[in-house]
Design a protein around this ligand. Structure first.
Ligand code: GLC
Length: 530
């Protein structure tokens, strides 16, 4: 059965209940032996992804980039970087993925460009007040000689969010805003040229057959008038606060409405926003009918393995989208977040809890985003040697925060020793731990009780069983430390987050993340019943 195409005009769009698989391309599979993953590598593994059963891929940025932030610093948004195989590799991937009925969504970065983007190269040497500078956010500094940044905003990666340029005549000049690294200057979204260029980028990829986009920093782009100082300057990096003047300014919604008009010309396509906004009402505003189709709700990813907190996170995620009629989304991890196995305590317990939480999220109505490697139960790698760390956070924090490399270590595919078939090179760009020999795709596919086998079974059931129908959930009474809910189609999902086994409610057992003992659900486990 093809469940990705609507059977008739009334059917739901494909993305309303899809399982997306996020590929961090540098770390997925390397086809050309340079130690860095690429699009050819993804193409070679499409058979695996088909076996896993995912509906769509979200591929992190592969456009031309000097890679100051792993590709989130884009120098040409309408070309593929040679590191990833160039445009031919993208065309080939789209074609073959579509033959296998897997959709391809790309990651686009509207908030900023690379400092190597021709626009920024021109802006640096152009005069203050010029059209070139007006595509970015250049300001004079504060203080008598302009030597203080224009406001007190910090960069998300540490240090000030402003860098001073030297004017062509050699004198110290204006400052430009970069909410992320200095190599990622923020665009000025009040400039119509910026809007028009992004619309051109959307059309460019949609015309090449792309099925939609993940929109990076979708709560960014719009800036508050006058760029006022921040009230509370946090020195902690990568933290999110709804009152942060750098994000979630009201003007952002007009920008999303513009994007949506373009997307509506391509009715098959989906937009998914990265929206770090906690407040349910303000979050819901991003997925009104004329804005984004979907937005990542990060509540589950931010929640400990605790049934009460998980239930609260689910309730909030549903409540945020219900008033605007949008689809809920679920994710446990991504390339910016510590892997869930580690968050839930690591070791065997961490893996068991991560499997249980995967069954909880796949039991929920809406679309689910799985991060590559989670299906293998990979932990974070927190002991990478310092000299291999590449996340700008490491340098920008003066070597006090290691950053996100630990969740970006390449996947182990086969064999007994690193690089585990990831690359033909002697080493992968980040080294894999030797103990991942047990966790390779090859080893796990042969094992019925492996993490990957559980993922395969769960994804298949979710996509084919009628019990997963219905948009709502109904909570069941359950022992303290547990949760249980029911879908209108009849599926019951139970999570046991306690340290003792629990009896299951009546019904036929469809799947469990751990073997039942005396008919009871063990600790750190989830079960589906019908
Ligand atoms: C998003 C991305 C992150 C990147 C940042 C700047 O948060 O997920 O990886 O560093 O945007 O583009």
């Amino acid at each position: 059965m093809d469940r990705t195409e609507p059977a008739d005009g009334d059917a739901q769009p494909w993305w309303r209940s899809a399982v997306f698989y996020q590929v961090y391309p540098r770390s997925f599979a390397d086809s050309d032996g340079d130690g860095v993953g690429d699009l050819g590598g993804i193409r070679e593994k499409l058979g695996y992804l088909e076996l896993l059963g995912v509906d769509a891929l979200w591929i992190c940025p592969v456009m031309r980039s000097p890679m100051a932030d792993g590709g989130y610093d884009v120098a040409d948004p309408r070309d593929i970087d040679p590191l990833f195989g160039g445009m031919a590799a993208m065309d080939a991937l789209i074609a073959e993925a579509h033959e296998r009925r897997i959709k391809i969504t790309m990651d686009l970065v509207p908030n900023h460009t690379s400092d190597q983007h021709p626009w920024f190269v021109a802006a640096r040497t152009a005069a203050p007040g010029s059209g070139e500078r007006a595509r970015y956010i250049f300001r004079d500094g504060r203080g008598p000689d302009g030597s203080e940044p224009p406001n007190n905003w910090p960069s998300i990666f540490g240090g000030p969010a402003w860098t001073r340029v030297t004017e062509p005549d050699g004198t110290p000049g204006q400052w430009y805003l970069h909410i992320f690294a200095p190599e990622q200057p923020d665009l000025n979204w009040e400039n119509p040229e910026v809007v028009a260029d992004f619309e051109q980028t959307l059309r460019f990829w949609l015309d090449r057959g792309i099925d939609g986009f993940r929109i990076d920093v979708a709560h960014g782009m719009a800036k508050p008038p006058g760029l006022p100082d921040m009230a509370n300057v946090s020195t902690k990096m990568l933290v999110h606060d709804d009152d942060d003047p750098r994000f979630n300014n009201p003007g952002v919604h007009e920008i999303h409405r513009r994007f949506r008009k373009v997307l509506d010309e391509y009715p098959h396509a989906v937009s998914i926003g990265e929206v770090w906004v906690d407040d349910n009402v303000r979050f819901g505003e991003y997925v009104r009918p004329d804005e984004l189709h979907l937005a990542f709700n990060f509540r589950l990813a931010e929640t400990a393995f605790n049934a009460e907190s998980v239930r609260t996170a689910i309730d909030h995620s549903l409540a945020a989208v219900a008033p605007v009629g949008a689809t809920p989304t679920w994710t446990l991890s991504n390339h910016d977040i510590e892997r869930e196995v580690t968050r839930y305590g690591g070791g065997v317990d961490g893996v068991e809890r991560a499997k249980a939480m995967m069954m909880v999220e796949l039991a929920l109505p809406g679309s689910v985003f799985l991060y590559n490697g989670s299906e293998l139960g990979l932990p974070n790698v927190d002991d990478l040697p310092e000299d291999v760390l590449q996340d700008p956070v490491w340098e920008r924090s003066g070597h006090t925060e290691r950053g996100r490399d630990g969740c970006r270590v390449p996947l182990p595919w086969e064999g007994d020793t690193p690089p585990f078939g990831f690359t033909a090179a002697a080493q992968s760009w980040l080294p894999e731990p030797a103990e991942w020999a047990r966790l390779t795709v090859e080893a796990q596919l042969e094992e019925l009780g492996s993490t990957v086998s559980l993922y395969r079974m769960a994804i298949e059931m979710r996509g084919t069983r009628p019990e997963f129908a219905g948009e709502r959930i109904e909570w069941y009474g359950s022992p303290k430390g547990c949760l249980a809910f029911r879908r209108p189609g009849g599926l019951v999902c139970v999570l046991n987050a306690t340290a003792a086994p629990i009896p299951l409610p009546p019904g036929e057992l469809l799947l469990a993340s751990a073997t039942l003992k005396n008919g009871q659900l063990p600790p750190d486990a989830a079960a589906w019943l019908v």
